[in-house]
Design a protein around this ligand. Structure first.
Ligand SMILES: [Zn+2]
Length: 229
């Protein structure tokens, strides 16, 4: 019943703010106050590269840029929890638009990448969640930024334990070589999309796979950058 009413409201572009519940114009959006209050990062490369350098092996190439739009603070945690763990796939355009706006500032003095791929998820995780959250974000980003999205560009080849179950060093060991690029990316600059970026291990696994298939540069994009100590 509630889902039906929400669909009906969406059809008329009447919605409630995802953060505070206040009635607002525009389905799947935030009210102006909540949008203004979103904790955003400055439009520049995330400052956690020194930490990543401790974990990469010799000769391994880093991502060129690391961009995350929002900070991991309560309002953002609430939105990501709804999106990832309460199956609110309809939040994807809102989150993708936040990232797109951030990226347009980040790339204002240079060309955007040639194509977008999504961080892959296992078949089991996909079934459990009911939708592919990073692919969904990547599709909306592709439309917003007018860059082609390469469907199935990356595949997960080994299941990595849930992030909170392993220590940081074992997360790096686990995720290394956990992704495979299925297309030829020769000479392309490729952006990899994830929802939350924290240690960068998942992004580095994606970058490894893409560089092996000829990518010229790999940029890491995430809706949220969760800076860790
Ligand atoms: Zn609100």
């Amino acid at each position: 019943m509630l889902a039906f009413l929400r669909r009906l409201a969406n059809a008329f572009e009447l919605g409630t703010c995802w953060s505070c519940g206040y009635s607002c114009v525009g389905a799947n959006s935030l009210c102006r106050d909540c949008d203004n209050a979103l904790p955003r990062w400055y439009p520049r490369c995330c400052q956690h590269l020194s930490d990543i350098e401790q974990h990469i092996s010799e000769g391994q190439r880093l991502c060129r840029y690391w961009y995350g739009a929002l900070r991991w603070e309560p309002q953002v945690q609430q939105l990501i929890t709804l999106f990832k763990f309460r199956n609110k796939a309809e939040l994807a355009p809102l989150l993708a638009n936040q990232l797109a706006a951030h990226l347009l500032l980040c790339y204002r003095e240079q060309a955007l990448p040639d194509c977008i791929v999504a961080v892959p998820m296992t078949q089991q995780a996909w079934r459990r969640r009911g939708f592919h959250q990073t692919a969904l974000l990547a599709r909306y980003l592709s439309a917003a930024l007018k860059i082609p999205y390469i469907n199935g560009g990356l595949r997960k080849i080994r299941s990595v334990p849930m992030q909170h179950m392993t220590s940081q060093s074992s997360r790096w060991d686990n995720s290394r070589r956990s992704q495979l690029a299925l297309k030829d990316f020769s000479g392309c600059t490729v952006a990899v999309v994830d929802d939350v970026l924290s240690t960068g291990a998942t992004m580095m696994a994606a970058a490894d796979a893409l560089y092996k298939k000829g990518a010229k540069a790999v940029d890491a994009w995430a809706v949220v950058y969760n800076q860790h100590d």
